[in-house]
Design a protein around this ligand. Sequence first.
Ligand SMILES: Cc1ncc(COP(=O)(O)O)c(C=O)c1O
Length: 393
Amino acid sequence: MSTNFDKILNRRISNSIKWNAYPEDVLPMWVADMDLTAPPPILDALRKTLDHGVLGYEFPRKELMEEVAQRMQRLYNWEVKAEEVIPVPGLVTGFNIAARITCAPGDGILVQPPVYFPFMKVQKNTGTVTQLAELKKVTHGRTLHHEVDWDVFDNAIHSDDAQTRLFLLCNPHNPTGTVYSDAELARLAQTCEQENIIICSDEIHSELLLDGHRHTPIATISPEAAQRTITLVAASKTFNVAGLFVGFAIIQNKEIREKFKAELEKLTFHTNSLGHIASQVAFSGACDSWLEELLVYLTENRDFMVDYIEKNLPGINTSVPEATFLAWLDCNELIESGKIEGSPHKFFLEKAKVALNEGAMFGPGGEGFVRLNFGCPRETLLEGLERMKAALG
Ligand SMILES: Cc1ncc(COP(=O)(O)O)c(C=O)c1O
């Protein structure tokens, strides 16, 4: 392996949210960025720009959109045209814009909790109704996974007297780490077609695939799905450049695309020039060998973590993520047995000095869970797990 992912970096000297939100004695394992440097080709391109020294207004070049389109072709055999790719200042912006152009106040937005919590905030931003199609937890011994409960999904549509206009899909799914199968995607797409629901598919984690799992963009499931889907992609998670705030909406339906572009224009959203450069390099494939090594490292971290939890943290059941660097830990047995009182997030923060994400924030099904970020050197991961073990006695 030519990249040393074991190297410990001091992130406290930066403005990192993850590393500066808690006191110095707390080990942060929460916010979804990784404790490693971005790939050298991206850093070299950014350095070249900084050496030039001019940081004036820039527009995203057509070549950038072409690069994104070509990567979709290479990875998924998905034919995308450059004009179907729209830069957005982040994916959270992207799915909020999607809601604004597809829903009127009082309309319904379907989500699958426990899910990335800004999905739930779209309701507040748009005056819509969140319709909850909670995922089903399936436990196998000390591990668990989440899958669609089809009755729950179907019943959530048009629930609370609201017409469902938008399905906010998260695939691969944060926080559960599930990668939806083609059969599941086909059924989801078909239901949306029958019910005339637009799909906004957040695929930010689509290249962080562990163990050779395969990702399918829901837009590639059928021509009908392509026409009703807004797909959101970015280099941000995969190549650890989230602070540069550039993502892309791929919209093949012209009418939806024009509305999306008009809304971005209306709200005067622009993208960051350093983010354009990083994205262009990332989508070009110049960092793919780095990514291959990263995925091996993350898979080993995941396996190390699952093994550690099974052997040393009785009462915690863990997901075995198929994608992402996020583990979803079920602490409900510890709560039921009285070993943890109240929130497991608070318990581990106070007793272990480890900052995790509070599961309840991810909506129904998240109660009694915490989310742990294993996108860090193995030594850091071990330290976090050892602190948790010691706290549990
Ligand atoms: C599913 C998902 N979507 C979006 C984001 C954030 O996207 P952005 O920073 O581009 O707004 C995250 C970050 O963790 C995420 O997990």
